[in-house]
Design a protein around this ligand. Structure first.
Ligand SMILES: [Fe+2]
Ligand SMILES: [Fe+2]
Ligand SMILES: [Fe+2]
Length: 418
């Protein structure tokens, strides 16, 4: 029987924040570090617990609107001139999730310089956004190949130099207070920052239940998929197909909901795959395919680091494993591949074959059937599940396409025009 799942909210958000920054070692932990600085400034400012929590959440996911690794790296390296796009997208992503909604405006304005604010520092969202502005700028100025205490002088003078123009002097003053402490800098660059934030971060211990996990999985589905036209509806299709197959197979309602969450998150690890590989229109080289192969590893690592999500982690991350052990990256075989993972593997292949890809059109029924039957006969896929899919082909295809159409419209409305 399936136990009711409940996870610690901060554990969940920290892991997802970390997942976004896996894109490149050059930006690793950017958001965790920004959140740490923001938290320390909040402490110095003696803000209320509730406000600190809101700023902390905003900081942890402030660049959520920069979808491709390339976008994140450009932002981080001060190469991006258009800072608005990821802020607008970030706001819309926050708006769509009840837990994040209160922090949406802060994300919208995290790059607005002080001179462009026409309202006092204590009006809604101004101080909050300014704190993240400073924290984000500071984090990007840090040289990752140099010892942090050797950089303090330079970093503090860079921040002071934008006082009044970019950052309100009071916020710079708060930073001056905390920047005197060596432990501030050492914590900030510590490899143990994740666990420091998890155990001591400004967060009331809130457990979130299935409804919130469900809604966060939709948010992440958009970040994973809305990077390009070709991937825009993929996880929607996989989740929809997995749900129908789970129902026909006889999984319980609760298990089916978890399968939908797992389907939404199955390609979470693709956040680290550059768009140049993901959207490539001809055959991938061996080296490029090796990069793709990390994605399910990271899906597993990120989800499995959230206590209580182990079942979802496995169902999501084993979708390229094969029953004979020839899949990747874990090379587990039949005895270690549960029904949920088997369903997900079939749902993923079916959806992928039916979709247009940069290098080919979506396949027709005959071609899809042939491929699935061959894969079942070779003992890659579970024959029982392939049979269920083929017996219910029309119904499944219609439902998958319907759901994908909804996502496509949303993608075009919110993301494609940028
Ligand atoms: Fe940003
Ligand atoms: Fe940032
Ligand atoms: Fe995948």
């Amino acid at each position: 029987m399936l136990k009711e799942i409940s996870v610690n909210l901060i554990n969940f958000i920290l892991s997802l924040s970390d997942a976004i920054d896996l894109a490149s070692p050059a930006i690793a932990s950017h958001q965790l570090r920004t959140a740490f600085v923001a938290w320390q400034i909040c402490k110095a400012a003696k803000l209320s617990e509730e406000t600190v929590e809101k700023i902390f959440i905003a900081a942890l996911l402030h660049d959520i609107g920069a979808l491709a690794p390339e976008d994140k790296i450009r932002l981080h390296d001060f190469e991006e001139k258009n800072l608005d796009t990821h802020c607008v997208r970030g706001e819309s992503l926050f708006e769509s999730t009840p837990l994040l909604k209160p922090a949406a405006r802060i994300v919208r304005f995290h790059h607005r310089p002080w001179k462009e604010w026409e309202t006092p520092l204590d009006s809604p969202n101004v101080l909050e956004s300014q704190i993240i502005f400073l924290a984000d700028l500071l984090e990007r100025l840090i040289k990752r190949d140099q010892y942090i205490l050797h950089q303090v002088e330079n970093l503090t003078s860079r921040i002071t130099s934008v006082s009044r123009t970019d950052i309100h002097p009071d916020v710079v003053e708060l930073f001056a207070m905390i920047s005197k402490r060596e432990d501030f800098w050492l914590d900030l660059t510590s490899p143990r920052l994740y666990s420091l934030l998890l155990h001591y971060g400004p967060f009331r211990p809130v457990a979130i239940e299935i409804e919130d996990i469900y809604s966060l999985s939709f948010l992440f589905r958009r970040i994973i998929d809305f990077r390009s036209f070709f991937t825009a509806t993929h996880s929607t299709g996989v989740a929809a197909c997995a749900v129908i197959l789970s129902k026909i197979f006889g999984l319980t309602e609760a298990e089916t909901t978890l399968m939908e969450i797992a389907g939404n998150l199955h390609d979470l690890g693709k956040l680290i795959v550059p768009n140049s590989i993901l959207n490539k229109s001809n055959k991938l080289t061996k080296e490029e395919f090796a990069i793709i192969k990390q994605h399910t590893y990271f899906t597993y690592m990120v989800l499995n680091s959230i206590e209580g999500l182990d079942q979802i982690a496995e169902w999501a991350a084993f979708h390229h494993e094969r029953l004979d052990g020839s899949g990747y990256p874990f090379h587990v075989s039949a005895d270690k591949i549960s029904t949920g993972s088997r369903i997900m593997a079939v749902a993923d292949i079916f959806t992928a074959l039916a979709e247009d890809r940069p290098y080919r059109k979506g396949m027709d029924r005959k071609e899809i059937e042939n491929i699935l039957i061959v894969q079942a006969n070779k003992n890659f896929l579970d024959k029982r599940i392939v049979d269920l899919l083929l017996q219910n082909y029309d119904e499944i295809l219609i439902q998958v396409k319907e759901k994908q159409e909804v996502s496509r419209v949303r993608y075009e409305k919110e993301f494609a025009h940028f």
